[in-house]
Write a protein that binds this ligand. Sequence first.
Ligand code: PLP
Length: 362
Amino acid sequence: MYKIYNFSAGPSMLPIDVMKKAKQEFLNWKNSGSSIIEISHRSNMFLLMTKKIEKNFRNLLKIPNDYKILFLHGGARGQFSAIPMNLLNSFNEEADYINTGYWSMSAYFEAVKYSKINLINVKKIKNKKKYILKMSKWNINNTSKYIHYCPNETIEGIAIHEEPNFYKNLIVGDFSSSILSRKIKIKNYDLIYASSQKNIGPSGITILIIKKKLLFNNNKYTPSILDYSINYKNNSMFNTPSTFSWYMSGLVFEWIIKNGGIEKIEKNNFIKAKLLYDTIDNSYLYINDINNENRSIMNITFRLKKNSLNKKFLEKSEEEGLMYLKGHSLFGGMRASIYNAMPLEGVKKLSNFMIKFEKKFG
Ligand SMILES: *Cc1c(COP(=O)(O)O)cnc(C)c1O
């Protein structure tokens, strides 16, 4: 069924059944005679669809009623600006930004434009392994309005698996590469955001799960398109939404429900990640330099001890249909992104390839 396996970090592979369904109904969506991409977002059919999608998403993540869900534009980077603009009402209010890698730092660099932001470093190295301090050891400022952190650093493959438990500050999480990958307790957060192109659907839509009381922004300089209250009042249709991406994300949610929900997805994700980490740890050729507790289950990074073999590794893997394993240009090495849509067979094939490659060239 699969011609290749796509290990890209994002946009990344989508479930094949979702794409088949989209293809099958592309020219005539629900017998409307129109394609989903030419239907008005104001039409009854489209509105019904968005209601159902929201309900499915809410059920999947067990989102309580005092949280609202917004479907926005601008990706996670758009939220890097929107969050300080909506949550901080004056330049006197502060926020704490936790540094765990590239994406959390990118959020920080945007936020410092708007207010006083404290950068909190929590990444350490022990015995040549990177790890992240336990949350109880984070040097949080009690006076800061919110804490921003990224539970899964997509580029480095380092993750925080524990859930936050802070009482004095609001908690904001960038879940772009980890949403829907495992169970989370929504009540532990005040604002969760995720762009779509990893575990949700094609790029184009950004989902926010936000405590209702945080919707009412007082900062009059916030551009309307980034203003949570305006987007909420307009049912996420203040401007024309990314209709196709919204529709596709709905098909992905249905696919997750059909495949056993988040519990089953989480189990599969752990099995897939363990298989790859075991392959790495049991080899002489491959290294992953992240402490077990902070290893990502979505983005598995590794290096080859012999740098000269990098090119050959990529060439040979591509010959076998194992695509886009090259790590991010900032970090080098390899990265296998194994989001929800990556089947276990794809990970098995990669693991077997790695073992074979080591025997031959290692
Ligand atoms: C991909 C990613 C982003 C960037 O998302 P855009 O939609 O391109 O803005 C931000 N944060 C994390 C954790 C990501 O994985």
